[in-house]
Design a protein around this ligand. Structure first.
Ligand SMILES: [Zn+2]
Length: 286
């Protein structure tokens, strides 16, 4: 094996291990954030017997496997969610590292590597924010759960497509760059809508009430409508997303925090569906 290949494999394995560790922290965030508990202090303990967990109990993925999914002290089964989240994060980190291999192969060239490095760090953070959001939505029974899953799948498909562009074959490169192109347009549309949502939230909720917007069950209808706006931006591409965002911004500020905001959510969901199928129809006719 050439030294480049060895180095590439080493970096991919390291990225997977790093991902598993961050996945472990992700689990802590998923459980503690809804309870308004700090995620930086405090020891981990068994949820049944309360025994403090040692270093050997906290090795991501391996501890769960070695202990057969049971607490070392009281033998109560531990949720398989821990190992699933750790494995998912490890897998996504491996995909992300694989799309940034050139950076690892020439680590000393900062002028060439600074932007890929920033991009990789942003990807690392973004994927964990999506996973934490997704699982909190799942646990609280929020209707946004489906959308966060869709976002994660979109993210994974794009990463796979970018791995294809790294693999040296013209056909896979062409397919890869096509999917990446769509993905960039979809994410940019979502980013524009996200910007509109943030501005609307800041203007219609007083900044001090932002915390209740994020936590209270009352805020659920508001958050759902806002997420539909982001999803709408995500399915229709950059230019329609910019137009839709302006309309959303005006409607959202006009309705404010009133109970009619849930109709805004429904209308946006219908708009997203029409936009998506309309866009697909236009592509098919072309
Ligand atoms: Zn226990």
């Amino acid at each position: 094996m050439s030294p480049e290949i060895v180095l590439a494999i080493m970096n991919i394995v390291l990225a997977g291990m790093f991902g598993a560790v961050i996945g472990s922290f992700t689990n802590v965030c998923i459980y503690r954030i809804p309870e308004h508990r700090t995620v930086v202090k405090g020891h981990s303990m068994c949820m049944t017997c309360g025994h403090e967990l040692g270093a050997l109990d906290l090795v991501p993925i391996f501890s769960w496997l070695c202990l057969g999914g049971k607490c070392r002290y009281c033998k109560t089964p531990i949720s398989s969610r821990y190992i699933k989240i750790e494995s998912l994060t490890a897998l996504m980190y491996i995909l992300m590292a694989a799309t940034h291999l050139s950076m690892f192969l020439d680590p000393m060239d900062m002028t060439k590597n600074i932007f890929p490095f920033i991009e990789l760090c942003a990807l690392f953070i973004m994927i964990n924010v999506i996973i934490v959001e997704m699982m909190i939505m799942h646990d609280t029974g929020s209707s946004m759960y489906v959308l966060t899953v869709a976002l994660l799948i979109d993210f994974a498909v794009q990463l796979c497509a970018r791995v294809l562009t790294v693999v040296n074959s013209d056909a896979s490169k062409e397919l890869g760059s096509k999917i990446t192109g769509w993905g960039i347009e979809i994410l940019a549309g979502a980013a524009i809508a996200f910007g509109a949502v943030v501005i609307a939230v800041l203007l219609s909720n007083k900044p001090k009430e932002l915390k209740s917007y994020l936590h209270d069950s009352k805020g659920k209808a508001l958050r759902t409508s806002d997420l539909f706006a982001i999803a709408l931006g995500g399915v229709i591409g950059i230019i329609p997303a910019a137009v839709a965002s302006v309309v959303y911004l005006i409607a959202r500020i006009a309705i404010g925090n009133g109970k009619n905001v849930k109709y805004l959510g429904n209308i946006l969901a219908a708009g997203a569906a029409v936009g998506y199928f309309g866009y697909a129809a236009i592509l098919l006719i072309k």
